[in-house]
Design a protein around this ligand. Structure first.
Ligand code: ARG
Length: 462
């Protein structure tokens, strides 16, 4: 019979018991559940609701149960709907009457909200640490190849040459914002619902500040109805996971492209590639593809919870039991993806010659030739048109802008002089982009210093 069986004369069927249970998912919250119960018992004793002896027996009994769970000796029984009932039933079996006093002034509704918030806070911390590790790997690649140039793209067409380090740092900034989002999700979770009981508070003189402090929450949720039914903090976590995974997916999409024979910009290490069961020559970027693929599931976890929440009246509804599976999955998936991406970035080899060779193709100097004319007084729109003609000429001849003679240039405008060739050299084109945040060496080294500063600050907050 269930712990609440007093008013019932019939058990649910085995099927509905299974259908209604959350134990397979929420047993992951055993440590949080035990910590929450211990804090509650100590507070009940401090307020004279239960005796000190009972509180001590409860705290000890729960410590022992934790040891059993961690030793793999604890028998989880699906007849207990969830981890809360599982642990409480075992406590009563082990210590008797004192254990049966634990649930005074408490409901599973504030218990599950408390456990889930503690869990979410911890997972945010884990993800923030994994985020920092990937940023370190990207920064290390940027620093290892300060002079490498590759084509920058818009519409996946060659646009302007950029430094490889600049390209790596673009992802570092995405991840820097992901860290902020995880930190915001951690703050959202960092509020205690404990002491709200089922929905309306209780008749016992509970000290909510005391349990909040004991559990490391920075504040107490001010409204008991909101406390037991709010899952915004899980949405915040799922959103932070979704955005971060989307960033990893974009990075991985580039790794997949770059390791194709068409690009041939990088070689992923064997440890992050797989072969084919039929084609002996294949080396596939499976893990990059998998990160891209898993992103779909993480975004799905966010959507699922949003839809679950949208029609719920106050306060607790059983629908809320569907909150944990997706959030746990999203956090675990992102953590795995961050770790996998870190290993992939740390071990990839880059091919600077192939990158530069591609940057020579596709008239990447065109904007700079137009700028050359504009700086000599020609309105930029007109200069754009002149260079458009030169590019057309190159296309007709099947050559590049730097294959044209000075006469070819001067046929379009007599503002061209012998120094035009200097404007066509990839190194000079890159170096000329001196604006803050631009790809010139100087600007990139300033940017790199900033990215490292932000990383150090985040690391210090882990
Ligand atoms: N298993 C439940 C959940 O995960 C715990 C709270 C149940 N409360 C209740 N009144 N049925 O949401």
């Amino acid at each position: 019979m269930a712990l609440w069986s007093g008013r019932f004369t019939q058990d649910v069927s085995e099927f509905t018991q299974r259908f209604g249970a959350s134990l397979p998912v929420d047993k992951a919250l055993y440590a949080q559940d035990i910590a929450g119960s211990q804090a509650h018992a100590r507070m009940l004793a401090a307020r004279g609701v239960i005796s000190d002896a009972d509180a001590a027996a409860i705290v000890q009994g729960l410590d022992d149960i934790k040891v059993s769970i961690e030793a793999g000796e604890f028998v989880f029984d699906i007849n207990d709907e969830d981890i809360h009932m599982s642990i409480e039933r075992e406590l009563i079996a082990r210590i008797g009457e004192a254990g049966a006093r634990l649930h005074t002034g408490r409901s599973r509704n504030d218990q599950v909200a408390t456990d889930t918030r503690l869990f979410a806070k911890q997972r945010c911390a884990d993800l923030m640490a994994a985020n920092v590790a990937l940023r370190q790997a990207l920064i290390a690649q940027a620093e290892a190849h300060p002079d490498v140039i590759l084509p920058g793209y818009t519409h996946l067409q060659h646009a302007q040459p950029v430094l490889f380090s600049h390209h790596m740092l673009a992802y570092v900034w995405m991840l820097t914002r992901d860290f902020e989002r995880l930190s915001a999700a951690q703050h959202a979770a960092d509020a205690s619902p404990l002491g709200s009981a089922a929905l309306a508070g209780t008749t016992y003189p509970l000290d909510r500040q005391m349990t909040a402090e004991a559990l490391g929450f920075s504040r107490v949720i001010p409204n008991s109805l909101d406390a037991v039914s709010d899952r915004d903090f899980l949405l915040d976590l799922s959103y932070a996971c979704s955005v971060s995974c989307m960033h990893l997916s974009r990075l991985c999409e580039e790794l997949v492209l770059w390791s194709s024979s068409e690009f041939n910009f990088i070689e992923l290490s064997d440890a992050f590639s797989t072969g084919s069961s039929i084609m002996p020559q294949k080396k596939n970027p499976d893990f990059a593809e998998l990160i891209r693929g898993k992103t779909g599931r993480v975004v799905g976890d966010l959507m699922a919870l949003l839809v679950t929440m949208k029609g719920l009246p106050l306060a607790y509804n059983k629908d809320l039991q569907e909150d944990k599976e997706g959030a746990i999955d999203a956090a675990r998936t992102l953590e795995d993806c961050l770790m996998c991406a870190t290993g992939m970035i740390e071990t990839m080899d880059i091919k600077p010659d192939n990158m530069l060779a591609q940057a020579q193709k596709g008239h990447l100097a065109a904007t700079d030739v137009a700028d050359y004319l504009a700086k000599k007084g020609m309105p930029f729109r007109r200069a754009h048109e002149v260079v458009g003609h030169l590019v057309l000429l190159c296309e007709q001849r099947g050559c590049n802008l730097n294959d044209l003679t000075l006469d070819d240039f001067r046929a379009e405008s007599d503002l061209f002089e012998a120094d035009i060739t200097a404007a066509l050299d990839m190194e000079s084109i890159v170096a000329a982009r001196t604006t803050e945040g631009g790809t010139g060496h100087q600007a990139v080294s300033v940017q790199l210093a900033r990215a490292k500063e932000a990383l150090a600050a985040d690391e210090a907050n882990l």
